[in-house]
Ligand binder design. Structure first.
Ligand SMILES: *Cc1c(COP(=O)(O)O)cnc(C)c1O
Length: 369
């Protein structure tokens, strides 16, 4: 079903805007390679559509969370190699080695297992050493790095060609972030001293790219910034373009009398006769239940319309009493130029990535040319 006139909720994805956002980063930080982060359906934009559009955009690796995502990138015919961002359990490592994907190295046990898999399949295994500088999620601890260079050099199949770490509080704790950066710089210097060749050195993702300097890095991991959102104030933010607009359609129009409850448990009750539109989008599509009864609104026929009562699984009700014209089938903007991603984030009291990764597979994605 590709006919938009039959969609009740859909997302339009602007891949040209993504490429432009990558260009903004290239202009701001020349000399840095860029790794688009495309985990979780490319932050809800749809994995295949996004990786096909970015494969030839002068990028380095696609950052993913799972080997299933890596396999979909391969099957989409992309040349760019997937980089698995987090640690992998043993059965996953085997698939990684077979496919020549790049993974993180968080422990000596992993190093030995990857080396034996390289031997088994007679294939080089490319890894980036993960260092825990304060995130507490993955990587070797800095004081476990002594002698690692020697262990790596002793491997015949494992090639550690990169080093990376992840910041835990770049948008909230500047002094801790500076300590993490200093820790990372020390780790890089230490490993270079041990004779390691570190072709890819990465630390900063969206909250840090425009706001911190990490002198030894030469690659950036770009999630939210790729999709048009910089979490920190910066002179570059105004150049970033939004990449997704979410729409839904009016499925029913009625006038409810005064004192009529709307939606589950009647958290909203009309105070006057009210023209109510029912829309074909709900929390199962990604319009969060946390958007109930908190001033959230949609944009329809040139006006904002407040959401009434609770968001249900497949539908919401909005007040359209003030609209001069509205018909069944009319298209409402749920998120986009009039209802920004950050507005939904704030209303739902969550974080931006939680909003877009919640847009479900029931919502068709249309890629703009
Ligand atoms: C998800 C993820 C990113 C992307 O983060 P943004 O803040 O969206 O840019 C970068 N690095 C790692 C390790 C991640 O898991």
């Amino acid at each position: 079903m590709k006919d938009k006139s039959l969609f009740r909720a859909w997302a339009e994805v602007d891949t040209a805007a993504m490429r432009s956002n990558l260009d903004v980063v290239a202009r701001a930080l020349p000399g840095h390679k860029r790794m688009p982060i495309v985990k979780a359906e490319a932050y809800g934009h749809g994995l295949e559509g996004v990786v096909r559009a970015l494969d030839d955009a002068g990028i380095c690796f696609f950052g993913v969370a799972t080997i299933a995502e890596a396999a979909r990138i391969r099957d989409a015919g992309c040349q760019t190699i997937p980089f698995i961002l987090g640690p992998c359990f043993p059965a996953e490592r085997e698939i990684i080695v077979q496919n020549g994907w790049v993974a993180a190295l968080s422990s000596l046990e992993e190093l030995e297992h990857f080396e034996s898999l390289g031997k088994l399949y007679n294939k080089p295994v490319h890894l980036h050493l993960s260092v825990d500088t304060g995130m507490g999620r993955a990587g070797l601890l800095p004081y476990d790095l002594g002698g690692i260079g020697e262990r790596i050099r002793a491997c015949d199949f494992v090639k550690v060609e990169g080093i990376y770490s992840h910041l835990s509080a770049a948008s909230e704790d500047i002094s801790f972030t500076h300590r993490q950066i200093a820790c990372y710089e020390l780790a890089v210097a230490h490993l270079l001293e041990q004779g390691m060749e570190l072709t890819y050195r990465h630390l900063c993702s969206s909250a840090a790219v425009f706001n911190y300097e990490a002198p030894s890095t030469n690659m950036l991991r770009l999630g939210r910034v790729l999709y048009g959102l910089s979490p920190m104030p910066s002179p570059y933010n105004a150049q970033l373009q939004p990449t997704m607009t979410l729409y839904s359609r009016v499925t029913l129009l009625r006038t409810l009398p005064e004192n009529h409850g709307v939606s589950y448990n009647h958290t909203y009750v009309t105070t006057a006769p009210t023209k109510v539109a029912t829309l074909g989008i709900g929390f199962a599509d990604g319009f969060s239940h946390y958007l109930s009864n908190n001033g959230s609104r949609i944009y329809l026929n040139g006006s904002y319309c407040p959401v009434l009562g609770r968001v249900t699984m497949d539908q919401i009700m909005v007040d359209v009493s003030h609209l001069s014209s509205v018909e069944t089938g009319d298209i409402a903007e749920i998120m986009g130029p009039h209802v920004p991603w950050l507005e939904l984030t704030d209303r739902a009291k969550t974080i931006p990535s939680n909003i877009v990764t919640g847009i479900s597979s029931r919502v068709p994605r249309i890629y703009l040319p």
